[in-house]
Write a protein that binds this ligand. Structure first.
Ligand code: ADP
Length: 512
């Protein structure tokens, strides 16, 4: 609101009040004139008293007094003999004037008080509504920054002077920008230390020109607020500022508690994972290790007594058990690593541009050593975009999916790599589909949990630690992608990995 529009509004309001004053006196005079031949001068005076009462109720005290004066003058001029003169008729006129003046002042005082109380009631109602709206908005804030974004405009809208809101850091220090005057920073620190309001109208530092309010109670202070250009007698405003600060402090405290609770939960999960990891080592690694040690020591001690076929069988079991140990160890370590450092790994900007054709080619070359029947049929689209991924992790994800497909199915396995559009975004899609027993719909989410396994009633599939899919999902999430499982039409499982594709591609692989 500009200063000019304020001034013009004030002029219009004042003109309206003068107009009302003139209208009241004129109407009273006309009424008294019309009643002239029917009533006495006392009743005519009452008509003027009525005009004074109305003026006192609606106008300010100066105009009310002027109205009382004008009423006495008009009564005297028009109706008291000698008429149409201002000749004062002794004490009668004086008493009339004093009476009207007292009536005007008393009514004006009562009306002003009533008006002020009404205004305060309306102001309090508006403030209470705004506090409620702020509390509702703050309930959705999840970070201290979001609370600040809501709080600053709310404070600015409530108070005329500039408002400063500062939060304290983890070590209790106030987080203010360097251009905040030292006096204000000192005030904020002082109110936080004392956990009480300082400034005009309070018992502490009443000589200051701003209120300093702490955000929270002693021992739970999250910051402080400075509201400038305030009046000492504005008790209502100060109470409102305190209420606002209480709501902000509650929101900030809730946000802090939630984040420390999540951190504690994360820590608990990490510890749980470590415990599971240890349990896995003792359970899943012991048996294959025992087989390796048994077969190796048989070969070492009794090689001469064993025929060639038996030696080959023992060697094959050592290789198979060692491979199994490698897979389980790889998956377990990867899961622990990913859950420890998911933030670090998910920073895809640190990854290099990679060609999915090359990753898939390398994985197929390795996995096909375990696929003598050449069951995997791959369809890789031409001209696939480059993706920013960790090639080792993506290779591990793909070989886990292909190994599972080989392990849990006997028929052909389809591996498809292509691109799809998801709304405006381009995604690289990798599909592994088999014709195995599939995974029941109710298990399709929980199967991605670590150590989650299904009983397929099939000896070959009894082997496994239940870590492969958990690792796959963790790798997909670490690349901001997704891994979903569907029942394949016609029977079997269908795993889909989708990875985001950067629209800005390097010119050629050499640039990457
Ligand atoms: P593992 O295979 O080592 O047990 P995974 O996490 O890779 O661990 O798989 C978890 C479980 O999901 C497996 O035990 C198996 O029951 C089921 N599963 C995984 N892949 C398939 C598949 N392609 N077809 C059927 N079941 C599967």
């Amino acid at each position: 609101m500009t200063k000019n529009s304020n001034t013009s509004r004030h002029i219009v309001h004042s003109a309206q009040q003068w107009f009302l004053l003139i209208l009241l006196i004129s109407t009273a005079t006309i009424c008294a004139y019309l009643l002239d031949s029917f009533v006495s001068i006392t009743s005519q005076a009452m008509v003027y008293v009525l005009a004074v009462v109305i003026a006192s109720y609606t106008l300010g005290w100066v105009k009310s007094v002027l109205c009382a004066f004008a009423a006495v003058m008009a009564l005297n001029f028009f109706f008291v003999s000698p008429r149409f003169t201002f000749q004062v008729h002794g004490s009668e006129n004086f008493i009339a004037f004093v009476t009207m003046l007292v009536v005007a002042l008393v009514i004006n005082r009562l009306a002003t008080g009533l008006r002020r109380e009404t205004e305060v009631a309306h102001l309090n109602e508006r403030r209470a509504r705004r506090l409620q709206d702020l509390a509702i908005a703050l309930a959705n804030a999840n970070t201290a920054h979001e609370v600040l974004i809501l709080a600053q405009p709310a404070l600015d809208a409530e108070f005329d002077g500039p408002c400063l809101l500062a939060l304290n850091t983890e070590n209790g220090e106030l987080d203010t920008s360097s251009n905040v005057p030292t006096a204000i920073v000192d005030g904020l620190r002082c109110c936080m230390r004392e956990a009480r309001v300082l400034g005009p109208g309070t018992e502490r530092w009443p000589g200051l020109d701003a209120w300093y309010l702490p955000l929270g109670e002693k021992g739970q202070i999250c910051g402080a607020v400075c509201i400038s250009s305030v009046a000492a007698d504005d008790d209502n405003g100060r109470e409102h500022a305190r209420a606002l600060c209480t709501i902000l402090a509650q929101a900030l405290w809730r946000v802090r508690l939630t984040s420390s609770m999540l951190a504690a939960q994360g820590e608990a999960q990490r510890q749980q994972l470590q415990a599971i990891f240890l349990a896995a080592i003792s359970h899943d690694l012991r048996t294959p290790l025992a087989v390796v040690v048994g077969a190796a020591s048989s070969l070492q001690m009794q090689r001469e007594k064993l025929d060639l076929a038996e030696q080959d069988r023992l060697l094959a079991s050592i290789v198979s058990e060692a491979n199994y140990l490698t897979t389980v160890t790889e998956n377990t370590l990867q899961l622990v690593r990913l859950s420890h450092a998911s933030k670090l790994i998910s920073d895809t900007s640190k990854h290099d541009w990679e060609s999915m054709e090359e990753i898939v080619g390398a994985v197929l070359a390795r996995v096909r050593e375990r696929d003598p029947g050449r069951r995997i049929i791959s369809k890789v689209s031409n001209n696939l975009p480059l993706v920013k991924v960790d090639p080792v992790l993506i290779a591990q994800l793909l070989s886990n999916l292909l190994d599972n497909a080989l392990k849990y199915s006997d028929d052909k396995i389809d591996l498809t790599v292509d691109t799809v559009t998801d709304g405006p975004e381009l995604q690289l899609r990798l599909l592994v589909e088999d014709r195995g027993p599939g995974i029941p719909e109710e298990e399709q989410l929980s199967i991605f949990e670590a150590y989650s396994r299904l009983d397929h009633n099939d000896q070959a599939s009894q082997r496994g630690a239940g870590l492969g899919l958990a690792v796959c999902r963790a790798i997909a999430l670490a690349h901001e992608g997704g891994l979903v499982l569907h029942q394949r039409a016609g029977g079997g499982s269908s795993f889909t990995l989708s990875l985001p594709v950067d629209t800005v591609q390097p010119q050629a692989l050499g640039d990457a």
